[in-house]
Design a binder for this molecule. Structure first.
Ligand SMILES: Cc1ncc(COP(=O)(O)O)c(C=O)c1O
Length: 379
């Protein structure tokens, strides 16, 4: 985490008063300004709400919004349980490997055709994506938005990884394509390595004032407001400070280098894995080994595979079924961050972020060891 944010927190430790339910005005203004510069988003500070992490805000938003909730499969684990609390079940929209597990307009249209035509629907899209590491391009976003407009679909755009994007085209998002129908959630947890600060925000378009009002009422009756010192510290994070921006860029270089290395190694073992484009996950599919896995390890589901790899090779990954893939799918999600971030950052800094395989072998040994263990397990 960047020391300037830690110092800002120290300097504001004395801020002990309750803050407004929507959050500190200065922070909401800083977020609006930051997102305008970085993504060309037109957020209004009056339609931004600060919360204790974006997870809580996605939950509250799902609580307030009417209509069925569609998620692409695979998607992040928590959406389903959050929707269940509201007494609903998520509607899965299956994606395909040939589209790098990204939802297409045609697939969305097909799912909408099974739902009441007149009813509002909610679609949650996470890009860059957990669990796949994939990022929607402008063309892919436009394709989905066309269907959203036809089918009365509101998008919750979960952008918690938006600043960990290796594509070089990360100047855009769903809000640019669908300003009247996109609710954005994001926060400090991932990009700023500050999960424990519990600082996130949600931003709704001006035509959805009732959503912000509903959320504000819910917040007022539940957590009241995020801790004041944390909100003051977050102003620094969203100030556009050049040193903090450089830190974010450098972290991206590390994530990209590790992610690409893992995907390359897995593909070289015939484990199909799309190259990651952002976030810090990869989504390998072990189905080429289906027969061998069954014969040698009695593995026939993704869950069996995760358990077997843990027991036999001490490698921890999650089965695709935790991310709404079918139980028989041999896809898995692997996190690419099994190293000490501060130490690796320091070492990378000494190499002026010119990173290569030798750097990884030296500085991220658990990752190299884990990949070797998978190889020994399979071959
Ligand atoms: C896809 C996705 N969305 C949202 C979150 C929640 O982040 P936070 O509540 O820390 O803002 C996470 C955290 O793991 C995530 O992976």
């Amino acid at each position: 985490m960047h020391p300037k944010i830690i110092n800002a927190l120290k300097e504001h430790a004395h801020e002990k008063d309750y803050l407004p339910t929507l959050g500190l005005l200065k922070l909401r203004e800083s977020i609006a300004c930051y997102y305008k510069k970085r993504f060309n988003y037109n957020f209004s500070p009056d339609h931004i709400l600060i919360g204790p992490g974006s997870k809580e805000l996605i939950f509250q938003c799902l609580f307030v919004l009417e209509g069925p909730v569609i998620i692409p499969a695979p998607s992040w684990v928590s959406y389903g349980p959050q929707v269940n609390v509201r007494g609903k079940h998520i509607i899965r929209a299956m994606t395909r490997r040939e589209n790098n597990y990204k939802l297409t307009g045609a697939e969305l249209k097909q799912v909408c055709s099974t739902l009441p035509e007149e009813e509002q629907k909610v679609l949650i899209i996470n890009s860059p994506n957990n669990p796949t590491g994939q990022v929607y391009s402008d063309t892919e976003m436009a394709d989905l938005v066309k269907v959203c407009r036809q089918e009365q679909v509101i998008i919750i755009s979960d952008e918690i990884y938006a600043m960990i994007d290796f594509t070089g085209r990360n100047k855009s998002g769903f809000l640019n394509h669908y300003p009247e129908g996109t609710i954005v959630t994001a926060g400090l947890s991932k990009s700023h390595s500050a999960g424990g600060y519990r600082l996130g925000f949600i931003a709704a378009p001006p035509n959805m004032t009732s959503v912000i009002q509903g959320l504000s009422a819910l917040v007022s009756e539940t957590f009241s407001a995020v801790s004041a010192p944390i909100q003051y510290a977050a102003v620094q994070a969203y100030s556009g400070d050049s040193e903090i921006e450089e830190y974010l860029e450098n972290c991206c270089k590390i994530h990209k280098c590790v992610g690409n290395y893992i995907a390359e190694e897995l593909n070289s073992m015939a484990v199909d894995c799309p190259d990651p484009e952002g976030a810090f996950y990869v989504f390998p599919d072990f189905s080429k080994y289906k027969e061998e896995l069954k014969e040698r390890y009695s593995v026939s589901t993704g869950k069996d595979l995760a358990e077997s790899l843990l027991v036999n090779s001490s490698v921890a990954l999650l089965p695709g079924s935790d991310f709404y893939m079918s139980p028989s799918s041999l896809t898995t999600r692997m996190a690419t961050v099994d190293y000490d971030g501060a130490e690796v950052y320091q070492a990378a800094n000494e190499m002026e972020f010119q990173l290569n395989k030798d750097f990884l072998k030296k500085n991220t040994p658990l990752i190299v060891e884990g990949l070797n263990a998978i190889k020994d397990y399979l071959i």
